[in-house]
Design a binder for this molecule. Sequence first.
Ligand SMILES: [Zn+2]
Length: 234
Amino acid sequence: MHSDERAARAVEELSRRIHAASLDGGLDAEPVVELACLLYERGVHTSAVQELLERPAAGLAAHELIRLGEEVLRDVGSEVGARWWAALEQALTVVARDLEAAGIAGTLRLVIPDWDDSGQAWVEFQGVHHGNGIRLSAGSDPRWALASVAGATQEVVMETIWRVWPVCAEHGLGLHVEPADEVADEGVVWRCAGAGAHVVAPVGELPVDHRADPARVTNRSARRPRADRPGGRR
Ligand SMILES: [Zn+2]
C-alpha cells in the first residue's frame, strides 16, 4: 500500500474512533492527538491541530478534548471526504465499462442531490436517480466502493431502461453483485444464480454482448436480480 494511502487510512480510522468515542462519552486524548499529528504532517495546520500539538495531552480537560476532537474531525472532513468521493468516482468508471459492454448508452454520474440531507452519493443515469444512496465512507475501501457503486448503478439503470442488466449470456438470468460486506477473496464480481450459481466476471470485466438487443429481455421482471440477493437493501 502506498504510504500516502496508509496515512489516509490511519486518518479515517482515527476519525471513526474519535467520532464513536465522542458519542458514548469515552473520548481520551490519545486518538485526538495522534490524528492532529497525522494532519500536521500532511500540511493541515489549523488552530485545533496546532493547539493539540502545543499543549500537553494530560492537561486537556474532558470538555476541551471534546471541542478539539470535533474541530479536528471538521478539519479532516474536507480532506477525507474528497478522497472518498474520488474512490467512488473511480468505481463508477469501472462499472461504466460493463454498461458499455452491454451496449447500453447513457451518461453515469455521481451526484449528491439537494434533497438528500444525509449527504449520500447517488448514481445518476440519463439524468435520473433511483434506489438507494451510497454512504461516502464506502469510498474508504476500493472493494466496498466498487460493490456499492455497482449495486446502485444496476438499480438506477434497470429502473430507467426497464430491462434487466447485466444478464448472464449462458442462462439468461439477471446477475447480482455481492453485497459489500460479503465480498470474498475473488473480489467484487457479478454472480449468476443459474447452474448452482457461478461467477460471470469481475465488475468492470463483463464480456461485450454482441447480441445486445433491447427486445430480447423486455419481459423479465426488472427486480429479478434482487430476489436471490441475501439481505437485499430494500
Ligand atoms: Zn449463468
